[in-house]
Design a protein around this ligand. Sequence first.
Ligand code: BGC
Length: 486
Amino acid sequence: MSAKSYNRGYVILIATIAAFGGLLFGFDTGVISGALLLIKNDPALIINNLDQLPERTQEWIVSITVLGAAVGALGSGRITDILGRKKVLIITAFIFAIGSVGLGIAGSVAELIIWRLIIGIAIGVASYTVPLYISELSPTHVRGALVSINQLAITVGIFASYLVDLGFANTHEGWRWMFVVGLIPSLVLFVGMFFLPDSPRWLMTYKGEEKARKVLDKVGESNKEEVINQIKNNIKAESKERGSLSILKAKWVRPALIIGIGIMLFQQFTGINTVIYYAPTIFEMAGFGADSANAVYDAILPSLPIGAVNVLFTIVSIYLVDRWGRKPLLYLGLAGMVVALVALGVGFTFQDVIGAGSLKWISFTSMIIYTPFFAISLGPIAWLLISEVFPTKIRGLGMSLASMVNWLCNFLIANTFLTLGRVTTGEMPNPAGEGMLVNPGGAFFIYAAVGILGIIFVYSYIPETKGHSLEKIEEHFLAGKHPKKL
Ligand code: BGC
């Protein structure tokens, strides 16, 4: 077999089935955007004679999942080592499945919140385990593209959730069905994973070399002996440091930590998930669906093109990232996002001046511009960078830490968007849930300012990893050189 040949069909099948974990990550985070519009008005869930669920309750229903994901991401490193990647993904699929049904039959806000938390833990575990599993099973020269299938699956999951939301927007208690649809990809992941092998790296460490060799033969790894030796070396290096968190204090680890945590801060604090989770809410605030018999449908409909451009431009990014490099895409993406965010801020802040009709279209156009700029840059590249910059010895620990930071920042954004809009425009939070119209203009200005800081961060600290082997990147950091000089 030549150096570049491998069992293509089988490897793509493995990545595709595992990426259903990414699809569920996208689906279960995105589905809430439309479901929320029905949940907040469902008389079966509202207590104390309010018209709607209070904003803080809404924010909790959206964001508790993300908090669960932070916990899941943090614990993943250990459980994927103990049980193996395959078993963890099977268990995760099972949790996704029962969670989807649990949400569908939830009888109160408390039950909803508990099931959203459980699903969140599964999402956090999947967000760490799927890229890890795919990367460990991929032949070296196609690893980047195969790992990116996961981000593509996330965006497909989000888009699918918008379609499902739309499909059930006019159904009685439609939000229940929106959640239950998550059962389908859960079952695909659950059944599919039974037929896939565990990763050679894990098998070698815990089940012996023979089993690992068999899997490497099956995927057609042409550099089998080299891979086996590499795994052996890494295992040796890691076992010395296993369990010691003090390694994080080492000087050579610091740049990778700053890059990994920094890029996740910027990915989240530029506000992507206000768009992904609250798009229909923002459209509703901007006047879509006002005075319409199909108000919910009309507010969800404009989210569809957002979901679609997110998928499309993730594909563009996968194509460009090894050609243009990471940094040019990050600059371009951040610049475009900042412009769109400023437009959103201006639109909402000066809505009295520009008028309701214009606000509708400014909000729609800005969000349609914002999303592809995110999708070519911070979306895939943040996850890609954290799989590249951590030296082998701390890759697992570093990746799970960076994922956890991603989810915690996501939580802060999702949990504060509605009230942040109110505070920055001087209105007081309204726990009673009356007068729900919020002006999110101030929030968008804050995200834009973070975007500008992001450009400075990319310029001054992010290395261009394009075309460098992981070993070369690792050497650079171990030699104590500045990341930018790579
Ligand atoms: C982010 C998610 C986001 C998604 C949108 C991912 O890279 O981590 O927070 O919802 O992209 O496509």
